[in-house]
Design a protein around this ligand. Structure first.
Ligand code: NAD
Length: 325
């Protein structure tokens, strides 16, 4: 069975902190015409939908309702934000065993309902779970995207903006690799107004690059330690990715995607700058990397491959991919 897709309709599976804040951000920006909310606890999805509907007169004209997988399957984009988040001190990869069955359940239900749109994975560990979703569904890799290091790159740009006294959106810099402890900063391609970023920084303006990476990696644990979860920044990233897809923007965003030989890496989901439009990931961009960054990216790929290997051996078999474009 295949369903007709409504391109400007978005479904969100998992209405916790990430899912409900994403719904709020999507409504405020008027990205979609229809928002459908699903949660294992249907009463929560209904309550969030009702609360959001009451915000619509102050926001944009978006139809918001709780629904089921039949409704989700008609959406142009399904955001998966279901599953547990990390506790203080827990790495994202430690969530894999706990969230893999949730993602499999979502993908089985979506496939059974003939979903033909784009899957945007937010549940952590986002790279490994985007790969699980891709392998289990048999959808083309271009249509199964992880939010990847869009969030880490936003954190990096916010921090650099403050350090350099330049508005964050004027800074071009990417965190690449795993959305997690092995991620790296692509300093070789970072720039301000076309000037290499490390050259642009005046004496004393920037901590050493290793310390900047540490601050980026440490951001989520620091927030989670006090607030218990993160929500606003990830919701803004999810909203931006959806906007790029629905408006067919061909925007460059460091989403998580299947590598197919870039830098000699293939068969693993991780983040590199990608052209994102109506078809999902339209192109992966090979940015210049120096030898250390190249090695860091390979290390990150190895970490993710080993993590997936461990769950492949310990839990129900992941169906091999059926097709690829
Ligand atoms: P949360 O506990 O607040 O919400 C999770 C929701 O998922 C709950 O409402 C729960 O009922 C629902 N759920 C669980 N199993 C389900 C299922 N099988 N079907 C439908 N709904 C189900 O968690 P949160 O803080 O919203 O975080 C959600 C996920 O997002 C976590 O894995 C977290 O680590 C991740 N996250 C990712 C990023 C990122 O950059 N990608 C950033 C922040 C959080």
């Amino acid at each position: 069975m295949t369903r007709e897709t409504v391109p400007d309709s978005i479904a969100i599976i998992g209405c916790g902190h990430v899912g409900s804040t994403s719904a709020y951000a999507l409504m405020l920006r008027g990205v979609a015409r229809d928002l459908v909310l699903l949660d294992a606890n249907h009463a929560v999805a209904e309550a969030e939908a009702m609360d959001l509907q009451h915000a619509v007169p102050m926001g944009r004209p978006v139809r918001i309702r709780a629904g089921d997988y039949g409704d989700a399957a008609r959406a142009g984009i399904v955001i998966i934000a279901a599953g547990v988040g990390g506790k203080p001190g827990e790495s994202r990869l430690e969530l894999l065993e706990r969230n893999i069955d949730v993602v499999r359940e979502c993908m089985t239900a979506l496939s059974a309902e003939g979903f033909m749109g784009i899957v945007l994975m937010a549940t952590n560990p986002v790279d490994a779970l985007a790969q699980v979703a891709y392998e289990q569904s048999g959808f083309p890799a271009s249509r199964v995207i992880g939010s990847g290091t869009v969030l880490d790159s936003a954190r990096l740009r916010a921090m650099l903006g403050e350090d350099l006294g330049v508005e964050a959106r004027s800074i071009h810099a990417y965190v690449i690799g795993e959305h997690g402890d092995s991620e790296i900063i692509a300093w070789s391609s970072a720039s301000v107004a076309g000037v290499p970023l490390l050259q642009y920084a005046r004496d004393g303006q920037l901590a050493d690059p290793g310390a900047v990476l540490q601050r980026v990696r440490q951001a989520a644990p620091d927030i989670i330690r006090s607030k218990g979860f993160t929500s606003f920044a990830i919701a803004s990233c999810v909203t931006r990715i959806c906007e790029a897809i629905i408006r067919d923007e061909h925007t460059i965003l460091p989403v998580s995607t299947l590598l197919t030989g870039q830098y000699g890496i293939s068969g693993v989901y991780l983040s590199l700058p990608c052209v994102v439009g109506r078809g999902g990931v339209e192109r992966v961009i090979d940015i210049p990397l120096d030898a250390a960054e190249h090695a860091g990216l390979h290390e990150s790929a190895g970490v993710l491959q080993r993590a997936l290997q461990s769950v492949r051996h310990s839990s129900t078999e992941i169906r091999p991919q059926q097709k690829m474009t």
